[in-house]
Design a protein around this ligand. Structure first.
Ligand code: PGA
Length: 270
């Protein structure tokens, strides 16, 4: 099973820095990552870092100058290309900076900034329009889980975001299952919960965009991931990566997670 999965989908470990690290701290963190990461660490794993907007240019310059094995990511963007949208950052601007992945609909955007499903869908379409990969976040709250509505919630969020997206585009996307109760709490989901949710999400993708897209789309788990639990999630057949918040802020703890990815799936040798 793992061999099949590996052949179809490379693991993706992403670090969401949230509102941490100014551009000077970003420079030190990325340098430190560059020193710690070896070729073996990224042979079978893709990595992305998602710093605040003000750090992107600094990180981009460093990654390019030192050819670091890190893709540049953003945490959010506008659904619009340009215009009178004070305080917003356009996907076009991100694409111009070499941003490859954009987190769309993180639960903090949904819950703290009122991002609704329609805005999530428009933002996702904008990211795709500019040739970047959306990293769509979905997840249920504590109350929704307690009421037995987890699958309803995940299905509604995913279907709303994917409506109108071509199956070939869906195939290139990343979806992160991030239960709201597990984010930043130290109370991670179990690997079995993460697998159940990801298997369900893959089934919804199959219904919406076909089996091809369902086989190719990468599904991450996020919520209190650390070096001790990372391998358990990645050993699950439908979990193709991790979206890491707190533990991605320090190079040492992020690299620990990257190395756990290697142990979860030992390289398949011909
Ligand atoms: P956490 O955050 O790893 O700090 O729980 C995850 C996320 O919000 O993406």
């Amino acid at each position: 099973m793992a061999t099949t999965r590996r052949a179809l989908r490379r693991l993706l470990v992403s670090g969401n820095w949230k509102m941490h690290h100014d551009h000077v701290e970003a420079l030190h963190t990325v340098r430190d990552l560059g020193l710690r990461l070896g070729a073996d660490d990224v042979a079978d794993v893709d990595l992305s870092v998602h710093p605040p907007f003000t750090d992107l240019r600094t990180v981009q310059t460093l990654v390019e100058a030192d050819a670091l094995p890190l893709a540049l990511g953003a945490q959010h963007c506008s659904a619009h290309d340009r215009g009178a949208y004070t305080g917003e950052v356009s996907p076009q601007m991100l694409a111009r900076l070499g941003v490859r992945y954009v987190i769309v609909g993180h639960s903090e955007r949904r819950h703290l900034f009122g991002m609704d499903d329609a805005t999530v869908a428009a933002t996702l379409a904008a990211v795709l329009r500019h040739g970047m990969t959306p990293l769509l976040c979905v997840g249920e709250t504590t109350d929704e889980r307690a009421a037995g509505h987890t699958e309803d919630r995940l299905g509604t969020q995913l279907r709303a975001a994917l409506a109108g997206v071509a199956p070939e585009a869906v195939a290139t996307m990343v979806v992160a299952y991030e239960p709201v109760w597990a984010i930043g709490t130290g109370n991670a989901a179990t690997a079995v919960d993460a697998e159940d949710a990801c298997a369900f999400l893959r089934q919804v993708v199959a219904e919406v965009a076909g089996d091809g897209a369902a086989g190719s789309i990468r599904l991450q788990y996020g919520g209190s991931v650390n070096g001790d639990n990372a391998a358990d999630f990645l050993a699950e057949p439908d979990v193709d990566g991790l979206l890491v918040g707190g533990a991605s802020l320090q190079a040492a703890s992020f690299v620990e997670i990257v190395r756990a990815a290697r142990t979860a799936l030992p390289p398949v040798r011909p």
